[in-house]
Design a protein around this ligand. Structure first.
Ligand code: NOJ
Length: 735
C-alpha cells in the first residue's frame, strides 16, 4: 500500500516528467495489437517520448496491461503508474446495442446496468477509463456518429448521460472493484457538423448551444464524470481544443467541472489545419491555455511545452494544474496503491461473456428494438408456418457497431443461429444478395461499402435462390440495413438509405411473396421509402451486439414484446434533414392550411415518416385525457399532470408515457414542444395505472431575450401521450 502526497510528488517532478504526464500514446507502441482509432500521420514519437507518456489508449487485456504497467513502474523514477484508457462504447467483450439503440429503450435503469457490466469486464481486463458516454445532441442522420449518441432530445440525453456515468463509475469511489472512470465527450457541439459531414464546422447560436446542447454534458458532470474530451469542431469559429472561453469559461467556471480534460485524437495538432495555430508550438500554447490537460497522440505538448515554459511564453502554473489533474485521477482510481487495479486474468475468464452478461445483453437488446410497422403479421407463430429468412444480415455475425473494438465476431449470435437455437421448424435461410466483407472496419469505412460487396459475380444465383425460398414460404423475414462500418466515426453518408442492391432485393422478394417482415440492422435513421409502405411489418433492430440475433428472434416469435421508441426522427426524404420534433415556431407555421406562403415543402410533407418517441407494441394501450390537479401555478408551486394508462390488448407490454410542454409565448421563439419527462410502465392485459408528472417552474426555464436562464409567466400547454405527435394536451398558466 502506498499513499502519496500529490503536491509533494508534483514538486519533485522535472519539467520533462511533468510534460510526460500530459502525453497519451496508443497501445500500438507497446504491442502491435493496440487499436488505432485515428490518423497516425502526425505521431512519430521517439522512444524517450513513449517512455515518458503518462497514459495509453486502445489496448486491453489483464496479462498484457499488467506486463506493460510492471515494466513502466520499474523504470519510472517516481513510480507514477500509467493510465489505461480505451473506447468501450457499448461493451467490452459482451457487446451491447449501440448507444442510439440504448436510448430507444427509454430505460435508464437497464442502460446503467449495461455500463456497470462494461466497466466490470473492462476493469478485469486492466482498463481504467473509457471514452464514453458521448452525449452529443444529434439531428442529422447523415452524420455517422449518430449511432454513438442517444439522439435528438436534450432531456433524453441528460437522463442517459447520468445513467451511463453512474454505471461506469458507481457513486462510492473510482478505486472500488469493477469501476472505471468515464469521459464525457465531445465538448462541445460535435453532434452538429454542417451537412452531417464528420469533423465539419459547427454553427450554433449561443442560445441553442446553451439550452439544447450543453445540458447533457452538465448532467454527466453532475453525475461525477471524471473526464471531459474536447471536440474536433469549431464553435463560433474556434476549435474546442483552443477555445478558452468554452473550456475554461463555460466548462470549468460555469459548469463547475474540476476533473481532467483530454483532447480528442490529434485535435491539438489539428489546430494548425484549422488555421488558428501556425505550428505545433503555437498549437500547444493555445491548448494548454485553453485548459486541455492531456494531448492525445501528437507531439505538440511533449516537444514544445518545455521551451514555451522556459521562455516564459506559457506560465508553468498552467502545466502544474494540468499535471495535478492527471495525478489526481490516478490517485482517485487507487493506482498509487495498486497500479494494476482490477486487472485479473481469472476475473477475465469468469466475468467476460459470462451467462449473466449475455442474458442481460439479450434483454437489453430486445428492449432497444423499435417496432415501426405491423399489419398483424408479427409475432410469427413458432409452429405451422413456412418462414424464409432472407437478406444480407440474416447470417451476419458482425452486428455490433464500429466501436466494439474488443468484441469478437465469433462470440456473436446471428439471426440464423438464434432461429436454429429456438428450433423453429420449416425455415430456410439465404442472403439474397452479395454481402459486404467483414474486413477491417476502418478500411471499409474509407470506401463506399456498397461498391465492395463480396461475391458480386454470384448475384443472380443468390437472388434466384432467395426468390424460390420466398415463393415457398408463408412469411418472409428480410434482414436489410447497413454494414456496421457504414456508421460511426468518419462514416458520413449523403444518402442515409438502403443501397440500391438491397432495394432491388426487397422488390424482387416482395413480388414473389408480399408477406414480408423487414428487420433493419443499421446505425442511423434511414430514409425507408417504398419499403416502409409495402412491408407488412418493419422492426428496427439497430446494431444489437453479441446477443442481437437472439433478441431479434425473441421479438419475431413473441417471446419478447417490443417496447422501444425512436429517439431520432426517421425522415421521409433526405431533403428534410435536419429534422427533429422540437424545432422552433416560425412566422408562417404550416398546419395543413390552404395557400402557398407557409413554412413547408411543395413536394413533401413537413412531418417525418416516423417521429421521435414513436414505437409500436404487440399489445395496445389506452391513455386517458390529461388531468391537472390545478391549472395555474406560481414559481414556488408545481402542477401534477397525470393520465391513466390501460393495457387493452391480450399481451403484457410496456409503454413509454411521454410528457411534452410548450411555452405559448416567450421573449424569444420557443420550441413547438419539448420533452420534459417520461415513464416506462409495464402492464398486464387489462391492467391500468396512473402516471403522474410534476411540472415545476424549473422545467419551464430557457434563455430569454436577455440571455437569462429563467421562466417567463404566461400560458403553457402540456401533452402526455405515446409519441411526440400526441395531441392529448391541456393548458396551464404560470403566474
Ligand atoms: C476519436 C474519437 O472522436 C473519439 O470519440 C475517441 O474516443 C478517440 N478517437 C479515441 O479513440
Amino acid at each position: 500500500m502506498r499513499k502519496v502526497d500529490l503536491k509533494k510528488l508534483l514538486d519533485n517532478l522535472s519539467l520533462e516528467e511533468k510534460i510526460g504526464q500530459l502525453l497519451q500514446v496508443c497501445g500500438y507502441y507497446y504491442e502491435i495489437e493496440g487499436v488505432v482509432t485515428g490518423p497516425q500521420n502526425s505521431a512519430g514519437f521517439n522512444e524517450r517520448e513513449i517512455a515518458s507518456a503518462g497514459s495509453v489508449l486502445g489496448i486491453a487485456g489483464a496479462e498484457r496491461l499488467k506486463k506493460i504497467q510492471k515494466n513502466y513502474m520499474e523504470k519510472h523514477p517516481h513510480q507514477i503508474p500509467l493510465l489505461f484508457m480505451a473506447d468501450v462504447i457499448n461493451g467490452y467483450k459482451t457487446i451491447f446495442p449501440i448507444p442510439l439503440a440504448q436510448g430507444c429503450s427509454f430505460n435508464p435503469e437497464l442502460v446503467k446496468k449495461c455500463a456497470e457490466i462494461s466497466a466490470m469486464e473492462s476493469a478485469a481486463a486492466g482498463l481504467h477509463l473509457t471514452f464514453s458516454p458521448m452525449v452529443d445532441l444529434v439531428r442529422d442522420p447523415r452524420w455517422g456518429r449518430v449511432m454513438e449518441s442517444t439522439g435528438e432530445d436534450t432531456y433524453v440525453n441528460c437522463v442517459f448521460a447520468k445513467a451511463t456515468v453512474e454505471g461506469y463509475q458507481g457513486t462510492d469511489g473510482l478505486n472500488k472493484k469493477g469501476r472505471i472512470a468515464a469521459c464525457v465527450k465531445h465538448f462541445a457541439g460535435y453532434g452538429a457538423p454542417m451537412a452531417g459531414r464528420d469533423y465539419n464546422t459547427v454553427e450554433l447560436s449561443e442560445r441553442t448551444l446553451r439550452e439544447q446542447y450543453l445540458p447533457p454534458y452538465q448532467a454527466a458532470i453532475e453525475a461525477g464524470c471524471s473526464t471531459v474530451m474536447t471536440s474536433f469542431n469549431t464553435l463560433d469559429r474556434v476549435p474546442s481544443s483552443a477555445n478558452k472561453k468554452l473550456m475554461r469559461g463555460i466548462l470549468r467556471d460555469e459548469m463547475g467541472f474540476e476533473g481532467m480534460v483530454i483532447s480528442d485524437w490529434a485535435a491539438i495538432e489539428e489546430l494548425i489545419n484549422h488555421g488558428v495555430a501556425q505550428n505545433r508550438s503555437d498549437a500547444a500554447r493555445l491548448a494548454i491555455e485553453a485548459g486541455v490537460d492531456i494531448d492525445m497522440m501528437t507531439t505538440c505538448y511533449c516537444r514544445n511545452l518545455k521551451e514555451l515554459i522556459e521562455n516564459k511564453v506559457v506560465d508553468e502554473a498552467l502545466l502544474d494544474d494540468a499535471v495535478m489533474r492527471v495525478l489526481q485521477l490516478k490517485n482517485d482510481l487507487g493506482l498509487f496503491e495498486n497500479p494494476f487495479k482490477d486487472a485479473d486474468e481469472k476475473d477475465e475468464k469468469t466475468l467476460i461473456l459470462c451467462d449473466e452478461h449475455r442474458a442481460f445483453a439479450r434483454k437489453l437488446a430486445a428492449e432497444t428494438m423499435v417496432l415501426l410497422k405491423n399489419e398483424g403479421i408479427l409475432p410469427i407463430p413458432k409452429k405451422g408456418k413456412k418462414i424464409a429468412f432472407i437478406g444480407p444480415h440474416t447470417s451476419r455475425r458482425w452486428i455490433c457497431g464500429v466501436w466494439s473494438i474488443f468484441g469478437e465476431e465469433k462470440d456473436v449470435i446471428s439471426l440464423e443461429q438464434a432461429v436454429r437455437n429456438k428450433k423453429i421448424e420449416n425455415v430456410t435461410f439465404s442472403t439474397g444478395c452479395p454481402i459486404l466483407k467483414d474486413t477491417d472496419a476502418l478500411e471499409l469505412a474509407e470506401k463506399d461499402c456498397t461498391a465492395i460487396a463480396e461475391d458480386n459475380a454470384n448475384k443472380q444465383v443468390l437472388l434466384d435462390e432467395a426468390i424460390l425460398q420466398a415463393k415457398n414460404a408463408d412469411v418472409v423475414v428480410l434482414s436489410l440495413g447497413e454494414h456496421p462500418a457504414q456508421s460511426g466515426e468518419a462514416s458520413s453518408r449523403v444518402e442515409p438509405a438502403l443501397d440500391a442492391q438491397q432495394i432491388e432485393l426487397f422488390n424482387k422478394i416482395y413480388e414473389a411473396n408480399p408477406n414480408v417482415v423487414v428487420v433493419l440492422f443499421n446505425g442511423r435513421p434511414l430514409v425507408l421509402g417504398e419499403i416502409f409502405e409495402k412491408a407488412k411489418a418493419v422492426l428496427e433492430a439497430w446494431l444489437p451486439g453479441t446477443e442481437g440475433g437472439n433478441a431479434v428472434a425473441d421479438i419475431l416469435f413473441g417471446d419478447e414484446n417490443p417496447s422501444g421508441k425512436l429517439t431520432m426522427s426517421f425522415p421521409r426524404h433526405i431533403g428534410q434533414i435536419p429534422i427533429y420534433y422540437n424545432d422552433f415556431k416560425t412566422g408562417r407555421p404550416y398546419t395543413g392550411n390552404k395557400g402557398k406562403y407557409f413554412s413547408k415543402y411543395i413536394d413533401c410533407p413537413n412531418s417525418p415518416l416516423l417521429p421521435f418517441g414513436y414505437g409500436l407494441s404487440y399489445t395496445s394501450f389506452e391513455i386517458s385525457d390529461v388531468m391537472l390537479d390545478r391549472d395555474s401555478m406560481t414559481c414556488k408551486e408545481s402542477i401534477f399532470a397525470s393520465v391513466r394508462v390501460k393495457n387493452v390488448g391480450k399481451t403484457a407490454g410496456k409503454e413509454v408515457i411521454q410528457c411534452y410542454i410548450r411555452d405559448e409565448v416567450g421573449s424569444v421563439a420557443r420550441p413547438v414542444r419539448e420533452l420534459k419527462g417520461f415513464h416506462k410502465v409495464e402492464l398486464q392485459p387489462g391492467e391500468e395505472k396512473e402516471i403522474v408528472f410534476e411540472i415545476t417552474e424549473e422545467m419551464l426555464r430557457f434563455y430569454t431575450i436577455d440571455m437569462e436562464y429563467k421562466s417567463e409567466p404566461g400560458k403553457f400547454t402540456v401533452w402526455i401521450g405515446s409519441s411526440s405527435q400526441t395531441q392529448n394536451g391541456r393548458e396551464f398558466i404560470l403566474i
